[in-house]
Design a protein around this ligand. Sequence first.
Ligand code: OAD
Length: 255
Amino acid sequence: MMNYTDDTVFSINEGVNLLSNAVSPVVCTGAGMSADSGVRTFRGEDGFWKEYRAEDLATPQALHADPELVWEWYKERLLHYDTIEPHAGFYALQRLQENRGSLPVITQNVDGLHQKAGLSDVIELHGSLATASCLSKCGASAKELTEKLVKEIPPYCSCGAVLRPDVVLFNEPLPQNEIERAFTLAEDCDLMLVIGTSMLVHPAAQIPVVALKGGAVVIEINPEKTMLSDYPGVTFIEGRAAEVLPALIEKTLSQ
Ligand code: OAD
């Protein structure tokens, strides 16, 4: 095990007991899950929203008003995402999913790293940066977002309208099937593993709370405490996803 404090070792061991006894666990991840792969989070010291204003870049209004500016930002992220690799925590989750047969993963991330690590049943609450579709909803099918497509900024649909990345922007509803499935899983699970979310963006932040209210236990992994951390029923493990997840999962699988 890495150089952990006694508190962290204690809570990892508690997490191992909970995870070993769980019958219907579910994983719920936020931007912090990708941080150790080199993807910037949104909040915190090095977060995107320290440097940019969300309303300038991540709203439908911004996309209509200045598509070049918005696409420059998404292009930079997209090209970066092409080269990043999942860290050891993703592969630990993949081994846990394989071992258990079923382990749904609810994520707010749009970077595709879970899938790149071989995880399946990934529920993308905020969409995905893998594809783009027509801003004027002409009905053309979604286009795979490639380096070639974003060479010309902004990229255009064959109908002449600007394309938009298939991510959920602020002020937009979440995809219906995904949000319904996430809340059903939260109600039905007996353990939720919550990794790397600030618990500040709704409705995603309600998902672990619904799990707790339904009687599930929660294991939270984050270097910093959130509003969730001190709820009854939450085991908070202070640490980074790339370090804590392999320790927690390897120990659980070797029991
Ligand atoms: P945030 O950027 O709000 O929070 C990231 C969380 O990850 C914080 O609690 C950090 O402490 C934690 N963290 C940082 N490094 C970590 C590490 N190595 N291991 C584990 N945790 C770590 O991200 P989200 O809560 O996912 O929405 O934010 C949700 C949404 O806000 C995003 O999906 C995006 C953004 O605005 C939209 O674009 C609609």
